[in-house]
Ligand binder design. Structure first.
Ligand code: G3H
Ligand code: 13P
Ligand code: ZN
Length: 304
């Protein structure tokens, strides 16, 4: 049984912490994340992108996540990340996700309003909550290769939430997807975030928030990864964002780098071992560690 995402985020908003959203693609990633949530008694949101669904199939990911949720003592929600394809959104609503995101950030304002409203109507009928996005988060995603960051306009955000009835809103305050987030100073526009919070009452979401941890990048590089120029969001900036009203924080890149580093290290150290269970166990364990580190920063420990 999945937790209700809206309830998790409303509680986080009251408690001034953020719930971690972590992207999943396979069983080991799910187990690694949920282990961390259990260890820290923290709520957690598992999220599938359209790319993940294309890779593994929605039914597989749903069932893996559902099994993890049933076995767990902490609240586990399942969320559709960056939904753009109406067919996928409808399927997620039908199968019983806790929440779906409609990402109309690449659309003109009026079309984003219209489409988001449509998804809200469909989802709310089934008690499923909806995340929407206004402004654009830069970087690389599966379906959109690269975009410039267009910061969220606080006045437009208020109008957008009122007209669409969305349950939480992803805002653009300087983050971007992927491992190459900043060329210069790694800072977020906290002044803008404060303005948005004054205008919008629904919980706010921060995408593209991976830290790109230095020690894990070094580990991956030691065993052959080429990651020159990677730069994530410093923990201090994320903490500021949480203090100023961010209630849901998305992380995918950190998990990918951890998975990659652990697999590379194992294969290099044990070239004669070809058992997939041995190869993937260290990746699962390192994901647990990375998720625990994120949860410390988000303040969600003991909130489950
Ligand atoms: O926000 C994007 C996530 O990192 C998902 O990436 O579409 O390649 O699965 P993906
Ligand atoms: P990162 O690429 O910073 O991990 O962001 C992930 C994300 O926003 C998923 O929606
Ligand atoms: Zn995102």
């Amino acid at each position: 049984m999945f937790a209700n995402t809206k309830n998790l985020l409303k509680k986080a908003q009251r408690g001034k912490y953020a719930v971690g959203h972590f992207n999943i693609n396979n069983m080991e990633i799910v187990q690694g994340i949920v282990q961390a949530a259990q260890n820290f008694k923290s709520p957690v949101i598992l999220a599938t992108s359209e790319g993940a669904i294309k890779y593994a199939g929605m039914n597989f990911l749903y069932e893996i996540a559902n099994t993890a949720a049933s076995l767990s003592k902490v609240p586990v929600a399942l969320h559709l990340d960056h939904g753009r394809d109406m067919k996928v959104i409808k399927q997620a609503i039908k199968i019983g996700y806790s929440s779906v995101m409609f990402d109309g950030s690449n659309l003109p304002f009026e079309k984003n309003v219209r489409m988001t409203k449509k998804v809200v109507r469909m989802a709310h009928k089934k008690g499923i909550s909806v995340e929407a996005e206004l402004g654009t988060i830069g970087g690389v995603e599966d379906t959109v290769i690269s975009r410039n960051i267009v910061y969220t306009d606080p006045i437009k955000a208020q109008e957008f939430v009122e007209r669409t009835g969305c349950d939480f809103l992803a805002v653009a305050i300087g983050t971007s997807h992927g491992a190459y987030k900043f060329k210069g100073n790694a800072t977020l526009d906290i002044t803008l975030l404060k303005e948005i919070v004054k205008n919008v009452t629904v919980p706010l979401v921060l995408h593209g928030a991976s830290e790109v941890p230095h020690d894990i990048v070094k580990m991956a590089e030691k065993y052959g990864a080429q990651l020159k120029g990677v730069k994530g969001v410093p923990d201090s900036e994320v903490r500021k964002a949480v203090r100023n009203g961010i209630c849901k924080i998305n992380t995918d890149t950190d998990l990918r780098i951890a998975f990659d580093a652990a697999v590379r290290q194992f294969l290099k150290k044990k070239p004669k071992d070809f058992d997939p269970r041995h190869i993937l166990s260290p990746a699962r364990d390192l994901i647990t560690k990375v998720v625990e580190d994120r949860m410390k920063v988000f303040g969600s420990k003991k909130r489950g």
